[in-house]
Ligand binder design. Structure first.
Ligand code: SF4
Ligand code: SF4
Length: 66
């Protein structure tokens, strides 16, 4: 399972992009998106996100609850 960004909570601050050691997060328009094949599950992005927008529940339920 890779990190997953909840669009509703994300403020596009890009802290997670800068924190990711593997450049697994890229911007798609205003929205950061995790590329699962590059994610090494280090949780660095989750630690720096001040808006609680990053989860490891990569399912639609998490998105709905966000
Ligand atoms: S650190 Fe959090 S709020 Fe900032 S861009 Fe990443 S997911 Fe969005
Ligand atoms: S868990 Fe680590 S490797 Fe995966 S997106 Fe977050 S910072 Fe990048």
């Amino acid at each position: 399972m890779s990190a997953y960004i909840l669009e509703k909570l994300c403020r596009s601050c890009k802290r997670c992009l800068n924190a990711c050691p593997n450049e697994a997060i890229k911007m798609v328009g205003p929205q950061p998106v995790v590329q699962p094949e590059l994610c090494v599950e280090c949780e660095e992005c989750m630690e720096v996100c001040m808006h609680g927008a990053i989860t490891f529940r990569a399912d639609k339920e998490a998105q709905a609850n966000g």
